[in-house]
Write a new protein. Structure first.
Length: 182
């Protein structure tokens, strides 16, 4: 009898793992949030390099960080290496995370999925980008993730406001947006 009970417990546990995996994996799928239109005619090579984070909706993985940068480099296979770096003033140390991004569809549309933790991806949608690739508004998998990026540590306040207005028009809650100290 102990063998049968043990085998039944193992079979039940395995069924729960399989069911849990089947339920969880569709949640890992990344799509562009409704109403969000990524930039078309996107030139990934022009986007590569270092960007300064000027504003964001704060989340636990960036909470309290200042002097945040994101550096992108194009890989031979078409994927993008992402290096995020920020200073944690509470701990008086730099923190960084390296990930990989892939285009959701074609490489001339600024809709990507980014992973810093194994098979789990988040959205990265460039929704506003100036012609010189100097400022960008990025929305994540939902409107709860938003970043204003620039090639410079500061931009004119009128330009910052225009990007915030665009984010608001998409449905971003501007009360959640913080200015990032550079």
């Amino acid at each position: 009898m102990p063998f049968c009970t043990s085998a039944l417990i193992r079979a039940t546990a395995m069924a729960l793992v399989i069911t849990g995996t089947a339920v969880a994996l569709p949640g890992c799928a990344v799509s562009v949030p409704p109403g969000v239109q990524p930039v078309s005619n996107f030139d990934a090579s022009k986007y590569m390099g270092t960007w300064y984070e000027l504003a964001r909706i704060d989340h636990r993985f960036e909470k309290g960080l200042t002097q945040v940068t994101a550096t992108y480099s194009l890989n031979a296979d078409g994927s993008v290496t992402v290096l995020n770096r920020g200073y944690d003033p509470a701990r008086q140390q730099w923190r960084e995370a390296q990930g990989k991004a892939r285009f959701l569809r074609q490489a001339d549309e600024a809709a990507l999925k980014v992973s810093f933790f194994g098979p789990f991806y988040g959205g990265y949608n460039v929704v506003s980008l100036d012609d010189q690739y100097q400022t960008a508004l990025v929305i994540g998998s939902s409107l709860d993730y938003m970043w204003i990026l620039s090639r410079n540590k500061t931009i004119p306040e009128s330009q910052r406001q225009a990007l915030l207005e665009k984010a608001h028009a998409l449905g971003v809650d501007l009360d959640q947006v913080i200015r990032v100290e550079q």
